[in-house]
Write a protein that binds this ligand. Structure first.
Ligand SMILES: O=C(O)CCC(=O)C(=O)O
Ligand SMILES: [Fe+2]
Length: 439
């Protein structure tokens, strides 16, 4: 690599993964030791459907409602992206444009010019390479044209979050360039949304676990040894075959392992755990959405994890889409759920502060444990200064947040992001290995 690229990439790595020393990026040497082992597995059967053979209604009945994953064909080839996003072509247009390749410890996006990233991609032999994962391409001057290169397939056009303006809506679309062996460790997508992921170049290996598979099972916690590397390659190489072999699991868990080829769009229904490893250098675009079909789950997640956003959403539903408002309100009644109320919330907070002050004066060793629901505030991530749990998990320490959709805070919270991640119930999650890819 050009010395300038080495320098730029080195700086990038030091910002986005403070947990990995610069000399340690290929200490396991997976490119040699794993070689093409990741391609040697018996793929499960996943339904592959050509777009011309299925109507929107049929898709909803056969896949979305029953939450069945599938692979859609015959769509990407018609997009301008099919040619424009080939790495060579793409680089020639966007070489001096910066793309996001992670976040620093404060949660700020770290970007790098595409020409440096592409040179890195062509030459890298890292164990877990840097992944270009850009969610703001749609509102940045030099990248918003990427939106013209693809269309949201007809099956996925209904999205309740479309009612919100871009400033407040949670991130929902990502442009991805994944060097060989980069990937995403096993996770659930946020807010119970469905996802589709269109692959334009290269191959991705996927694993999907049916909804309600326990978290410890999909993570393969029992197979982890102290010091093990928690990245996509070792997960697919070492952990997954063990999960697969476990008899107990075979009975209770539905598992799909397969390869996605260029031109295919995978549909990942909400609740399916999934992990991905890029078998080649890849280019893809992915979007998450909430439709009428998965409304109940999305609404329950949004109102709990994004309280203020839920209030805005409900106002929008009332105005533009009353059937959603009716459904949301009937779910609230059913669950006895009270929506966030700013006035009440401020009063409550004031009362709590006063109580806290009183306790501090009467006892200096206050050690509050799990956060109350108001600590969770509007986002999935809150400021560590008012949540005191990381040091309470034996063996875990506060860690950095790394880029991706699961740890995304609302934009106005960026400055406050610290090193704590809270799940929808306000509990700390996955504080291990200095990595926060998933929960
Ligand atoms: O790496 C990938 O392509 C998978 C991405 C993914 O699952 C996600 O963005 O939620
Ligand atoms: Fe995902």
């Amino acid at each position: 690599m050009d010395p300038r690229t080495i320098k730029k990439i080195g700086k990038l790595k030091q910002k986005v993964r403070t947990d990995i020393k610069l000399g340690h990026w290929n200490r396991f040497n997976y490119h040699e030791t794993v070689g093409d082992d990741l391609e040697k597995f018996k793929p499960d059967f996943i339904r592959r459907v050509h777009v011309d053979d299925i109507s929107q209604k049929e898709f909803i009945e056969s896949y979305e409602k029953p939450r069945r994953p599938c692979m859609l064909k015959g769509i990407c080839e018609k997009w301008p992206a099919w040619k424009r996003w080939l790495p060579e072509n793409f680089q020639s247009v966007y070489k001096d444009v910066k793309f996001k390749c992670g976040e620093d410890d404060e949660g700020y996006a770290v970007r790098i010019k595409l020409k440096y990233f592409m040179e890195y991609m062509r030459n890298q032999k890292d164990d877990s390479p840097v992944y270009l994962f850009e969610s703001s391409f749609d509102d940045r001057k030099f990248t918003k044209d990427l939106l013209l290169d693809y269309n949201v397939p007809k099956f996925f056009r209904e999205n309740i979050f479309n009612l919100l303006n871009d400033k407040i809506r949670p991130p929902y679309r990502w442009f991805l360039i994944g060097p060989k062996y980069s990937g995403t460790t096993v996770h659930l997508d946020p807010l119970s949304t469905n996802a589709w992921n269109a692959l334009l170049y290269g191959r991705k290996r996927w694993v999907l676990f049916s909804p309600n598979t326990p978290r410890h099972v999909v993570k393969g916690i029992r197979y982890f040894r102290k010091g093990d590397d928690d990245e996509a390659v070792p997960y697919f190489h070492k952990i997954l075959p063990k999960i697969r072999r476990d008899n107990e699991l075979r009975e209770n868990v539905e598992m799909f392992e397969f390869i996605q080829y260029p031109g295919e769009i995978i549909f990942v229904p909400h609740g399916w755990w999934h992990a991905v490893v890029n078998l080649d250098d890849t280019v893809a675009v992915t979007q998450n959405y909430g439709s009428y079909v998965n409304f109940e789950n999305v609404w329950r997640k949004v109102r709990r994890g994004r309280k203020r956003l839920a209030v805005k959403l409900l106002q929008k539903f009332r105005k533009h889409c009353p059937r959603y408002a009716d459904l949301a309100e009937s779910l609230n009644r059913e669950d006895n759920y009270e929506m966030y109320d700013k006035a009440k919330h401020s009063k409550k907070r004031k009362r709590r502060k006063e109580a806290e002050n009183n306790t501090t004066t009467s006892s200096s060793s206050d050690t509050s444990s799990s956060p109350s629901s108001s600590d969770i505030d509007d986002g999935l991530i809150c400021n560590a200064s008012h949540v005191q749990f990381p040091e309470r998990i034996p063996g875990f320490k506060p860690v950095k947040l790394s880029m991706n959709k699961f740890t995304k805070a609302p934009k106005d919270e960026r400055g406050k992001i610290s090193n704590v991640f809270v799940d929808d119930s306000g509990n700390p999650r996955e504080l291990h290995n200095n990595k926060f890819r998933s929960y």
